[in-house]
Design a protein. Structure first.
Length: 59
């Protein structure tokens, strides 16, 4: 029946992405993931993020 089909399809809805704030750099990240901005997870540095090189002024 139509109502039974709607009940079955009710679980197909998209769920919002859960985001938490990184305690180190305060960026929004997925929970239980390494922060791509600072490379920290659980209070320690897991990935070393290279600083972007600044262009030297032409003399």
């Amino acid at each position: 029946s139509k109502s039974r089909a709607q009940q079955r399809l009710s679980h197909r809805a998209l769920k919002p992405i859960a985001l938490v704030e990184c305690p180190q750099c305060h960026a929004m990240i997925k929970p239980h993931h390494v922060c791509p901005t600072c490379g920290n997870y659980n209070g320690r540095e897991v990935i070393h993020i290279k600083e972007p090189k600044k262009p030297e002024p032409a003399a």
